[in-house]
Every structure is written in structure tokens, then in C-alpha cells.
Design a protein around this ligand. Structure first.
Ligand code: ADP
Length: 163
């Protein structure tokens, strides 16, 4: 069984992430979306909130699992017999950044390969940080995130717990 790992912050999950996950789920038998929960990073959503939104958004993908991890991605892959890391590429900035991570991962375990899927044109300029910025200034984000993410954001806003 060919298993792949899609690690990231997903703060929050966007349609750009979902597109990569959907395409990876066709290429691989099983895809694990791994939510990084590095406490040093200042995030808008807690790891458990992010997991909940991702699980609801991906419920129709039968071969996609969601998990969280606060250690090295490569160590998680080794522990779970996963030999491929999937990453999304939007532009040359992503490419430069991703190549450094890939090289670091290869230094730790050369048998784990990184596979890149390039962004669909409609998601080229979409990022979690753009979504967080739009939220700060009241810009409509409904076309950019899956419905369960939008619902969770609206719930949080009503409770005055967002931003
Ligand atoms: P990180 O916090 O590790 O920078 P994210 O959680 O934002 O990354 O994203 C995880 C992965 O999803 C990365 O490989 C990133 O390049 C990719 N990604 C994010 N947004 C998009 C998008 N709009 N299109 C394609 N890939 C994307």
C-alpha cells in the first residue's frame, strides 16, 4: 500500500489545501494530513480546532486520515511506514522554501521522498495567512475555504473569540 503524508499548519485549511489533498488521494492509497502543533508558532486556531475543521471538510475522502504531531515530520513518517511526503507548490517562493525543507528531510532519512503537486490556477494566490489577514479586515472569505471551516470561523466570531 502506497501511503503519503501531507504535513502543514492548516491555520486554517483552505480550498488550496483541499485541492492538493484531493489530487494526492487519487495518486496514493492512503493520505495522512498531519497538523503541526508546534507551540512556538502563534496560531489563530488550536490544533484540536484545526483537526475538527479538517475532519469535517474531508469526510467524503475515504482514504484520507487526519492526525497531529509536534515532532519531526520524517519521524512521524518512519513510525507510520510512510515513504512519501506531499507538498503543494504555488510559486518560486514556495519552491525555494520547500527545497530547503526537502533537503533537511533527506539528511534525516534519505529513503523518504518529497513529491510536489503544483497549485491549480484558481488557488495560486491562496494561503492560510491571506485568509487570516482578510478575516482581520472583514473581507469575505467564503469562496476560499471549505464550508465547515467557514462555519467554525463564524461560530468563533459570534462568541467574540476570533482575533
Ligand atoms: P506551512 O505552514 O508548512 O508553510 P501550510 O500549512 O500553509 O504550510 O501548507 C501546507 C502545504 O500546503 C504546503 O506544502 C503549502 O505549499 C501547500 N499549500 C498551501 N496553500 C496552497 C495552495 N493555495 N495551493 C497549493 N498548495 C498550497
Amino acid at each position: 500500500m502506497k501511503k503519503a503524508l501531507f504535513p502543514g499548519s492548516f491555520d486554517p485549511l483552505t480550498n488550496g489545501h483541499v485541492d492538493i489533498i484531493r489530487r494526492a488521494s487519487i495518486l496514493f492509497d492512503e493520505v495522512t494530513v498531519l497538523v503541526g502543533c508546534n507551540m512556538k508558532k502563534n496560531t489563530l486556531f488550536s490544533p484540536s480546532e484545526r483537526i475538527k475543521m479538517i475532519q469535517s471538510s474531508l469526510s467524503s475522502f475515504v482514504n484520507v486520515k487526519v492526525d497531529m504531531w509536534d515532532g519531526l515530520t520524517v519521524k512521524y513518517a518512519e513510525m507510520n511506514c510512510i515513504s512519501v511526503i506531499v507538498r503543494g507548490l504555488r510559486d518560486s517562493g514556495d519552491y525555494e522554501y520547500e527545497r530547503k525543507i526537502e533537503n533537511g528531510n533527506r539528511y534525516i532519512n534519505p529513503s523518504i521522498e518529497t513529491v510536489y503537486l503544483s497549485s491549480s490556477s484558481e488557488n495560486l494566490y491562496l494561503s492560510s495567512s491571506a485568509v487570516r489577514e482578510y478575516l482581520k479586515f472583514g473581507v469575505d472569505i467564503s469562496p476560499l475555504v471549505p464550508r465547515p471551516v467557514l462555519e467554525e470561523i463564524e461560530k468563533k466570531m459570534k462568541r467574540g473569540k476570533l482575533l
